[in-house]
Design a protein around this ligand. Structure first.
Ligand code: 0GY
Length: 292
């Protein structure tokens, strides 16, 4: 596999997880990239991924024991959702998506995205990934997509939550937070930033949390036991508003790519009963992405 500059490729040979997801399980956070000759990367991107095409994603889905994917538009493709749309249209209805759009998007284009399977837009506030977008622009996008029944996925670093919170809580849709708001795990469960995040979820019932991405949050490394208490706390506090995803192909990781089988084996540590696992992997993502 050719590797583009500056990118660690995904794991070439993930292990088979010991944990078996329930029938209908949804990987609610993953990406497709390229192939670049068909779906070029955005000129404004902050990193260059290597190709991670739909066929590889769907093969991984089957290997890990999942039934469906929610593909999230990543910044390397900017506002060009073509690779995402292509993947959804070739998934036999088993992939839905979260797009990135600008306020210039037309009504027809929104309809086309919806027909292809898009059910949300992503607002990204992580400075190393994107340039700043003014809030009034985001507010206008939110107003455009709300009538479609779409939700908004937000990605930010936990230390920025205090500044962003009032904007987030003003959004007119369901709001899904990527990677549990990226807590700094070395600060501990009682840190005011994490308590603020729990309060946000507690006080705003339109907020959902992905309990994903231990590979990015860990200090100790695999099998990510230092991240488990954070995810477990969120799952047990808000069992009906949590989602899980692999984050494959793990773009923009500084060191090595994680073993996706090891990531799946984190699930029973954070959702410790079959009932919690059923909510996390099936009952929660389905109404957000496959309500039809
Ligand atoms: C993720 C996380 C990252 C990248 C992106 O859109 C992206 O480029 O989301 C990251 O670098 O933390 O969810 O894939």
């Amino acid at each position: 596999m050719a590797m583009s500059a500056g990118y660690i490729p995904f794991h070439p040979n993930p292990s088979k997880p010991r944990y078996q997801p329930p029938p209908g399980a949804v990987d609610a956070h993953c990406h497709v990239f390229g192939p670049e000759d068909r779906f070029p990367y955005a000129p404004e991107r902050k990193y260059t991924p290597c190709d991670a095409p739909k066929e590889k994603l769907f093969a991984l889905r089957d290997f890990l024991g999942f039934d469906r994917n929610v593909i999230v538009q990543a910044t390397a493709h900017g506002k060009d959702n073509a690779a995402l749309v292509d993947a959804m249209l070739n998934s036999n209805g088993r992939a839905r998506g979260v797009a990135t759009v600008g306020e210039e998007i037309t009504k027809d284009e929104l309809k086309r995205l919806h027909a292809a399977g898009v059910r949300g837009v992503r607002f990204n506030f992580v400075r190393r990934l994107v340039d700043f977008t003014p809030r009034d622009v985001l507010e206008r996008i939110a107003k455009r997509v709300a009538p479609l029944g779409w939700h908004i996925v937000i990605y930010f670093e936990m230390a920025d939550l205090a500044d962003l919170e009032s904007f987030f809580t003003s959004l007119p849709t369901e709001v899904v937070v990527d990677h549990m708001g990226r807590p700094e795990v070395q600060k501990g469960l009682d840190h005011p930033d994490f308590l603020r995040y729990l309060r946000l979820l507690d006080q705003h019932r339109n907020f959902w949390s992905k309990v994903s991405c231990p590979e990015r949050l860990t200090v100790a490394g695999a099998p990510y036991d230092d991240v488990v208490p954070f995810a477990k706390k969120i799952v047990e506090s808000f069992p009906d508003r949590v989602l899980w995803g692999t984050d494959w192909p793990h773009p923009n990781m500084p060191k090595e790519a994680p073993d996706d089988g090891v990531l799946v084996d984190v699930i029973p540590k954070i959702a410790v009963t079959p009932a919690l696992q059923q909510k996390l992997l099936v009952d929660n993502p389905m109404p957000l992405y496959w309500s039809d």
